[in-house]
Design a binder for this molecule. Structure first.
Ligand code: FAD
Length: 214
């Protein structure tokens, strides 16, 4: 499905982040209320989602994260900084990992929350990369979340995070995008006469062989 959509030029934000990753995460068994609240909207493309795991200095070693969820009555307030959130400036909400309690085992005490992004309690800034792609530099500045926003168990977010990272790692969308860019480039070259007949043929052959090998 993902390959076909991207092959036809559908921007990958809609299905990769919102549906393939966040949507599938919300299909986990104990997310009944969140399924009802969030899935119909993202399925109809009325709301997009993003992932807020990485922090400045916290990447592969994600359990070292420093974003804190501080108790506030029957909920929490999130404070910290998240970086490299893909398409966060377009998203309505995100899965955000934060520490809810301290533990000698760093994988314990982390909770995954559904966090609204278009709210005064969250500042979404740009983080430009070398291409024209824009990441998000997000500061949860005291945004309030409740038990209804917890995905999985309080303090037991590590299990869900591992599941979500597994969903991310298929890479099928990157391969589909690369194939589409090759096709578009070839068509453009043919339409505009950028390439001579000989070099166009050679390029087509090289792209075809590369795609056969994948
Ligand atoms: C295209 C793209 C999209 C992204 N989208 C998101 C997103 O939507 N949300 C989000 O939260 N994050 C996102 N990220 C961030 C990404 O998940 C992090 O880049 C990743 O976690 C690695 O962290 P880091 O860059 O800090 O590298 P580091 O963790 O500092 O690692 C640097 C290098 O050291 C190696 N290394 C690390 N630890 C060890 C070790 N113990 N032993 C041996 N080698 C080690 C790593 O393999 C790597 O080669 C995205 C990144 C990219 C490139």
């Amino acid at each position: 499905m993902t390959e076909e959509l991207i092959g036809h030029g559908v921007p990958d934000i809609v299905h990769t982040l919102s549906i393939d990753i966040v949507g599938l995460a919300l299909l986990m068994p104990n997310t009944g209320e969140q399924k009802k609240r969030l899935l119909p909207g993202i399925a109809r493309s009325e709301g997009a989602a993003s992932i807020l795991f990485s922090e400045p200095g916290v990447g592969s070693d994600l359990a070292a994260l420093e974003t804190r969820a501080e108790r506030d009555g029957d909920g929490w307030r999130l404070r910290g900084r998240k970086v490299y959130g893909m398409k966060s400036h377009l998203a309505d909400f995100a899965l955000c990992a934060a520490r809810t309690s301290e533990s000698d085992v760093k994988y314990h005490g982390i909770t995954l929350f559904v966090v609204p992004l278009k709210t005064p309690g969250v500042v979404v800034g740009p983080l430009w990369n070398l291409s024209d792609e824009r990441f998000g530099d997000i500061t949860p500045a005291g945004v309030r979340v409740t038990r209804d926003d917890v995905v999985g168990d309080v303090d037991g977010g590590w299990e869900v995070i591992n599941y979500v990272l597994g969903l991310e790692r298929t890479g099928v969308e990157f391969e589909a995008k690369a194939a589409r860019w090759c096709d578009v480039l070839l068509r453009h070259a043919a339409d505009t006469g950028l390439l001579t007949g000989v070099s166009r043929g050679a390029l087509r052959l090289a792209v075809g062989r590369a795609r056969e090998r994948r």
